[in-house]
Design a protein around this ligand. Sequence first.
Ligand SMILES: [Zn+2]
Ligand SMILES: [Zn+2]
Length: 257
Amino acid sequence: MQYRKAVTVWQLAKDGNVTRTAVNRKPDRALRRVMDRLLPQPCRFCGASGSEHRTGCCSACRADLPWAVPGCRRCALPLPGGDVCGECLADPPAFTATTVAFRYAWPVDTLVKRLKYEGRLADGALLGSLLAERLIAEGVPAPEWIVPVPLHPARLRQRGFNQAREVARALRRELGPDIAPGMLRRIRRTDSQAGLSAPGRRRNLRGAFQCNAKDTPRYVALVDDVVTTASTIRAAAACLRRAGVARVDVWAVARAA
Ligand SMILES: [Zn+2]
Ligand SMILES: [Zn+2]
């Protein structure tokens, strides 16, 4: 975990000696957020200056991004010429449709990792606004609320931020709907999903989410950074539907095949 950054603190003692200590301090995220928005951003992919895009992606890099290919209309799994994938046919998910901007490939994967593990929140803002462009281009209807997939509170403390919420902030800025305040919570820590079978992943996520909506909205967009196996969004969407939400769509930056 790269998030905690060591900074050097210089102290002048009464006897005139200077001591130097390295301390771990969380970077000031609020300040970083303001600076990222005020200063002209070089392209966050290639570093070229004078980016015409306010969030920092030059036109050459934009053309080269791994834009999503047509996929399953339920879970966005790449599916050449297909409509709904085998898994969604056999076991329909609680969400209606999934929209992703990218395939999980270079350089989008690098940005997602920089966001998650290095706390580079501006990368989340860029990914979120590129996703917003895609949603607008595809004419996806606006939900009442945006619901970021929550982290367990212990994981949130450890990381200091929720990457899905960072993407959701950009979506709110670009598209308008508010982020539902604490509507969905993660109440159980889950093991890593890697290496588990589909039933194993489902067991692993059973009871992981809890929904506390007072006025249940009819239509929400569940937002995540990357959809890998769809088991997390399946569990989260099922929880929202059980609480009475009529329609849940999934919006994610990227889909891993
Ligand atoms: Zn570039
Ligand atoms: Zn599918």
